[in-house]
Design a protein around this ligand. Structure first.
Ligand code: ACO
Length: 424
C-alpha cells in the first residue's frame, strides 16, 4: 500500500493511500487530527470522501454513471424502475422470482394509514408538494416502528417505496382540491402512480403506455447519484441511527433547494420567462455570464460532471421521442435546444466546463406527460428514493460508520468579557 507524505511545521507525517475498485485514489485522513493536531479544510466537501460505497460509480470527466456496475445507458434501455430499485438496494439484479416477490411487496404496501389523510387536510391548498412530501415521509415513522431486525428493515423499505407514490399523488390531489384516488393492485409502479395522479372518480382512466414508459425512464435516471447533497444528508442524519423514514425525509428537504432537485422546476420557470420575453434566449445567456445579474442558467453545470451528464444525453433524445409520440409541440423545447447550442460554443461555459445536467430536459418531458411544474421535484423524490434507501442501508450495515461530525475552523471573536446591558 502506498502512502502520502504531509509536511507540517517542519515535521513529516505519512498517511495511507486507499484505492477504489475503479482506481480512484484517496488519502486516508482518518488519523490526521490525532497525528498532526490539524484538520482538513474543504468547504462544500468537493475533495472529501465521506464513506466507501459500492452502489454508484461516476466518472465526471468521462461522463460515466453506473449503478452497481451496470451502465446507466443499458439500464435506461432495458430495465425498469422496480428492477433498478432492487438492484440499487440489494446490490444485484433480481432473479425472476425475486423480482416478482419484490414487485408484489411494492404493490401490497401502497395504502397509507387512513388517519394520515387528516394530515393532508391540515395543509393550506397553496402548500408546495415538497413540504407535504417531506412531512408525510417523516410521519410514516409514527406508524411503522424502526427495528434493526433485517426483516423489519426490508419491510419498511418496501413500505417506503410503495407509499411514496401514494403520498406524492395525494399531495397533488390536495393541491388541486380533488378527491384522493386510491392505489390499484393490477397496475405496475409507474402506471399506478399515474392512475392516482390523473384519475377522477367520475370516469375510468386509461394509463398511456407511452407516458408510463417515459416516466419509468425518468425514475431510472434519477435512482442514485452517489454522495450528492441530499444523499449525504440522508447518511448524515442516519449516522445518528435516526430511523429510515426520518433520514429519508431529511433528504427530501435537502433535495428541494433550487441548486439541487429544485432545479428542474427552475428550468421550466426560466424557459417560460424567456418564452414570455419573446424567446430572446441570447439576452439570458448574457445575463448568465454577468455575475452582477445574479442569474444562472438553470439546468447547467454540475459539481461532478465536467464533460457531459450522461443522463442529460439520454433525456435530450427522450424529450424529442416523447413529444413526437404524444404529438406535443412545446416551444420551450426549442428554446432549451438553442440555449444548449450556444452555451456549448460559448467560451464562458466551455472554460468552466458547464454542460446541461439531468434537470435541463427532464422538466420538458414532465410537462409533456401532464405533470404540473410544482410536482417536478416530487418526481425527483420518487426516482431518488431507492438510492437514498440503498445508501442508508449501506451506511447502517457498515461497521465503520460513526456518527457524522465534521469539524470547523473557528473564525469568530476570541475570548472577551461580557458587559451587562446597563453599562453598554
Ligand atoms: N450559469 C452560469 N454560471 C454558472 C452556472 C450556471 N448554471 N453554474 C456554474 N456557473 C459558474 C459559476 O458562477 C462559477 O464561475 P466563476 O468560476 O467565474 O466564479 C463557475 O461556473 C463554477 O461554479 P460553482 O458554483 O463554483 O460550481 P459548483 O460545483 O459549486 O456548483 C451547481 C454546481 C450548483 C450545479 C451550479 O453549476 C449551478 O448552480 N447550476 C444551476 C443549478 C442547477 O442546474 N442545479 C442542478 C444540479 S444537478 C442536480 O442536483 C440534479
Amino acid at each position: 500500500m502506498s502512502t502520502a507524505k504531509l509536511s507540517l511545521n517542519g515535521q513529516e507525517y505519512e498517511f495511507p493511500v486507499i484505492e477504489g475498485s475503479e482506481h480512484e485514489v484517496a488519502i486516508d485522513f482518518t488519523k490526521l487530527r490525532a497525528q498532526t493536531g490539524a484538520i482538513s479544510y474543504d468547504p462544500g466537501y468537493g475533495n472529501t470522501g465521506s464513506c466507501k460505497s459500492a452502489i454508484t460509480f461516476i466518472d465526471g470527466e468521462k461522463g460515466i454513471l453506473r449503478y452497481r456496475g451496470y451502465p446507466i445507458e443499458q439500464l435506461a434501455e432495458h430495465s425498469n424502475f422496480v428492477e433498478v430499485c432492487y438492484l440499487t438496494i440489494y446490490g444485484k439484479l433480481p432473479s425472476a422470482a425475486e423480482l416478482a416477490a419484490f414487485q408484489k411487496s411494492l404493490t401490497y404496501h401502497t395504502l397509507i394509514h387512513e388517519d394520515m389523510k387528516k394530515f393532508f387536510e391540515g395543509f393550506p391548498p397553496t402548500a408546495h408538494p415538497m413540504a407535504i412530501m417531506s412531512a408525510m415521509t417523516v410521519s410514516l415513522s409514527a406508524y411503522y416502528p424502526d427495528l434493526l431486525d433485517p426483516e423489519v428493515v426490508d419491510l419498511n423499505i418496501a413500505r417506503l417505496l410503495a407509499k411514496a407514490k401514494t403520498l406524492a399523488a395525494f399531495a397533488y390531489k390536495k393541491s388541486i382540491g380533488q378527491p384522493y384516488i386510491y392505489p390499484r393492485n393490477d397496475l405496475n409502479y409507474t402506471e399506478d402512480f399515474l392512475h392516482m395522479m390523473f384519475a377522477v372518480p367520475a370516469e375510468p382512466y386509461k394509463v398511456s403506455p407511452v407516458i408510463a414508459r417515459a416516466l419509468d425512464l425518468l425514475l431510472i435516471l434519477h435512482a442514485d447519484h452517489e454522495q450528492n447533497c441530499s444523499t449525504s444528508t440522508v447518511r448524515m442524519v442516519g449516522s445518528s441511527q435516526a430511523n429510515l423514514f426520518a433520514s429519508i425525509a431529511s433528504g427530501i428537504s435537502a433535495l428541494w433547494g433550487p441548486l439541487h432537485g429544485g432545479a428542474n422546476q427552475e428550468v421550466i420557470n426560466m424557459l417560460e420567462m424567456i418564452h414570455r420575453d419573446g424567446g430572446d434566449y441570447k439576452k439570458y445567456m448574457d445575463m448568465a455570464k454577468d455575475k452582477e445579474s445574479g442569474f444562472r442558467l438553470m439546468g447547467f453545470g454540475h459539481r461532478v460532471y465536467k464533460n457531459f451528464d450522461p443522463r442529460a444525453r439520454i433525456l435530450k433524445k427522450a424529450a424529442d421521442d416523447v413529444l413526437d409520440e404524444l404529438g406535443v409541440n412545446d416551444p420551450l423545447l426549442g428554446i432549451a435546444k438553442n440555449l444548449e447550442e450556444i452555451a456549448l460554443a460559448d467560451s464562458y461555459f466551455v472554460e468552466r466546463k458547464l454542460y446541461p445536467n439531468v434537470d435541463f430536459y427532464s422538466g420538458i418531458i414532465y410537462r409533456a406527460l401532464g405533470i404540473p411544474t410544482d410536482m417536478f421535484t416530487v418526481m425527483f423524490v420518487l426516482g431518488r428514493m431507492p438510492g437514498w434507501i440503498a445508501q442508508w442501508k449501506e451506511m447502517r450495515e457498515d461497521p465503520a460508520t460513526r456518527i457524522n461530525r465534521p469539524r470547523q475552523v473557528y473564525s469568530g471573536a476570541t475570548e472577551r468579557d461580557y458587559t451587562p446591558v446597563t453599562s453598554r
